[in-house]
Design a protein around this ligand. Structure first.
Ligand SMILES: Nc1ncnc2c1ncn2[C@@H]1O[C@H](COP(=O)(O)OP(=O)(O)OP(=O)(O)O)[C@@H](O)[C@H]1O
Ligand SMILES: Nc1nc2c(ncn2[C@@H]2O[C@H](COP(=O)(O)O)[C@@H](O)[C@H]2O)c(=O)[nH]1
Length: 194
């Protein structure tokens, strides 16, 4: 059996990664989402085990010390990591997985998974990014400033990604991501057949 494909989605905070991925999963079930672990406090409505595994800093450190992550990073002041077991088992069983992680995490994945596919979601403009973060209203003003400051440097890394997708309209960004997934699956299938 051939291995599954690892997809990595990055982009600045507030660009709409979560929103667009939700739309992808509404339309398309041939890829699975890897639930990350984080020390960030849950936002209203977020569900443990679905949005994230919300853990204490000591639990996070224990998981990291036990080599339990394929990558981890401190992002905007909190720790985030991709649990290794789920991703490795899924890929070994031929299932395709998508990670929603920051640029530092993506850099780490690049070192260990040479053949992953990297997608960067960009906002139509910086003002619109700010507007989306303000409207979401999930962070304090200070935390929002940190996220916006980090966004400027994150955007400079977009050239390291295989695909750039502009999230102007949620539907068209989701469709584009599905097209990319389908194209990559077909490419691997054609390679396996030849
Ligand atoms: N295409 C769009 N047009 C207008 N608003 C959007 C669009 N996509 C997402 N949004 C809104 O922007 C806000 C941020 O979206 P979302 O939480 O999905 O971003 P994110 O990239 O996952 O952020 P973070 O990295 O901080 O988790 C949300 O309020 C969402 O409803
Ligand atoms: N390196 C990793 N980054 C991750 C992971 N899970 C999420 N993230 C990134 O963190 C920021 C902030 O997310 P938020 O939910 O607090 O708004 C965002 O850029 C995510 O992509 C992970 O496992 N590893």
């Amino acid at each position: 059996m051939s291995k599954g494909i690892l997809f990595v989605l990055s982009g600045p905070s507030g660009v709409g990664k979560g929103t667009v991925l939700d739309r992808v999963f509404d339309k398309y079930q041939d890829v699975e989402y890897s639930v990350s672990m984080t020390t960030r406090e849950p936002r209203p409505g977020e569900v443990n085990g679905e949005d994230y595994y919300f853990v204490s800093t000591s639990e996070f450190k224990k998981h990291k010390d036990n080599d339990g992550f394929i990558e981890s990073a401190c992002v905007h002041g909190n720790f985030y990591g991709t649990p290794k077991k789920f991703v490795q088992e899924a890929l070994d069983e031929g299932r395709d997985i998508i990670l929603e992680i920051d640029i530092n995490g993506a850099r780490q994945v690049r070192k260990s998974f040479g053949d992953a596919v990297y997608i960067f979601l960009t906002p139509p403009s910086f003002d619109e990014l700010k507007n989306r973060l303000e409207k979401r209203d999930s962070e304090s003003k200070a935390d929002m400033e940190i996220r916006l400051r980090n966004a400027r440097s994150e955007m400079t890394e977009s050239d390291d990604y295989d695909y750039k997708v502009v999230n102007d309209k949620v539907d068209s960004a989701a469709e584009r991501i599905i097209e990319i997934i389908e194209k990559e699956k077909k490419g691997r299938q054609d390679n396996n057949d030849s």
